[in-house]
Design a protein around this ligand. Structure first.
Ligand SMILES: [Zn+2]
Length: 279
């Protein structure tokens, strides 16, 4: 199954210390980057629809570590491989990557800085407790609940079996859906509230890759309600991750047509969703 036995939740704490040692040249890069985004906003060309600037849509940070089509090939179920086994390995990989990126910026995600679990476009996620009661919690608390829940779940031999004789429970797919949805919430918060810090640490291409992986997995196996993923649809389009948009971008070298196609794909829905963590 490929579970990493050396992985511990505590190991994230060690990463926090790195932020204080951020080299000056990176700070300059960030200042330049933020200045550029502000200038663009003033010029009235900011792509945000809700007033908050979306730094993650800036062309300078849209890079990611693998080319466009690779993610879809990466998530496609190989013949002869068990579907649950496949879902399990991708879910654990996504958890590790989201955890790593969040761990590096979590110093900036405190109850006072992030009193709400926000996503892009004024989205706020509420946590459903064990009794199914909706509660407003600060982002670090929400994310701690998410990470603790996932860590506990993937370590449970009855849910994520590692021994050959053990089988996946019948509820496995719905558990994976919940995990992937919760990881999407954390990714949404990273883009909405901490993208500046992610760029400062030079991790934006890694975050974009993680988002691309999550999106490809979701597109291939329809894991998340599309109403939930709508809030990062603009980034999906900008990174050429959306179904036919991705195909158009990959198959079409004509820049003009590509742009037209992207505009076509950029159709937005403003419908509000109440995703939260409920299964
Ligand atoms: Zn935060």
């Amino acid at each position: 199954m490929g579970k990493d036995p050396s992985f511990t939740f505590d190991s994230l704490e060690n990463k926090l210390a790195k932020l204080d040692r951020l080299p000056d040249y990176l700070r300059d890069t960030v200042d330049w980057f933020i200045g550029k985004a502000r200038r663009k906003e003033k010029e009235g060309t900011d792509s945000s629809s809700s007033g908050d600037s979306k730094l993650y849509l800036e062309a300078t940070v849209l890079e990611r570590k693998l080319p466009e089509m690779d993610m879809r090939i990466l998530v496609d179920l190989p013949a002869g491989l068990d579907y649950n086994e496949w879902l399990a390995s991708h879910t654990m990989a996504l958890f590790d990557h989201v955890n790593l990126v969040y761990g590096t910026v979590s110093e900036f995600c405190t109850a006072s800085i992030c009193p709400d679990m926000t996503g892009p476009g004024q989205k706020t996620y509420l946590w459903f407790d064990e009794k199914g009661k909706k509660t407003k919690v600060a982002a670090p608390q929400y994310i701690d609940y998410v990470m603790t829940f996932i860590q506990k779940t993937i370590s449970d031999e009855n849910i994520f079996p590692t021994k050959y004789a053990n089988e996946f429970p019948s509820s496995f797919e719905s558990i994976v859906r919940k995990i992937v949805r919760l990881l999407f919430h954390v990714v949404a918060h990273l883009y909405a509230a901490h993208f500046k810090e992610v760029v400062m640490l030079g991790l934006h291409s890694h975050l974009n890759l993680t988002f691309a992986h999550l999106t490809a997995l979701h597109h291939r196996f329809s894991l998340i309600d599309p109403k939930e993923t709508e809030i990062l649809k603009d980034l999906e389009v900008a990174l050429h991750l959306s179904g036919e948009c991705a195909e158009a971008a990959a198959n079409n070298n004509d820049k003009l047509e590509d742009t037209e196609k992207s505009d076509e794909c950029r159709t937005q829905s403003t419908e509000d969703t109440s995703g939260d963590n409920k299964s």
